[in-house]
Design a protein around this ligand. Structure first.
Ligand SMILES: [Zn+2]
Ligand SMILES: [Zn+2]
Length: 140
């Protein structure tokens, strides 16, 4: 089981199951969300995720027309999870909030077309200009 929490500890979570994919995302929304050049997250089946505390939710419409919901701590602001109606039943956890982030190995980089020159791309991962068409049952 994986565990994690926000910066202040008001929100915590447990995850049972294996990641579907671990990805760096360079999209503009992730740049705003993280305040950095990209966000790194691992997708898990939603039914294996248990959240404690009362995180806030923020939803927006993605470039692809799906509703993206961000789950964050309303006290300290840590981004914890993301959900996307284009991938029902799946949640993406931000790797930096895991208690043991080294257990995860990023496999892909997506939305590389939006990458900033100062945010150096990991050459060891498969890179996509935008969002590849993943299905949860069809891991990369
Ligand atoms: Zn917090
Ligand atoms: Zn993104």
């Amino acid at each position: 089981m994986l565990t994690g929490r926000c910066l202040c500890g008001a929100c915590a979570y447990e995850i049972v199951g294996e990641p579907i994919v671990v990805a760096h995302c360079y999209c503009l929304d992730c740049q705003r969300l993280s305040g950095a050049g990209h966000a790194t997250g691992a997708m898990f089946p939603e039914d294996g995720v248990t959240i404690s505390g009362e995180p806030g939710l923020y939803s927006l419409t993605s470039e692809g027309g799906n509703t993206v919901t961000r789950v964050f701590c309303t006290t300290c602001g840590s981004p914890l999870f993301g959900k996307n109606t284009g991938m029902p039943g799946v949640m993406t956890v931000t790797l930096g909030t895991l208690d043991a982030p080294d257990a995860m190995v990023p496999q892909v980089a997506i939305f590389a077309r939006s990458r900033r020159a100062w945010d150096v791309l990991d050459q060891s991962v498969a890179t996509f200009d935008a969002q590849p068409s993943w299905k949860p049952a069809d891991p990369v």
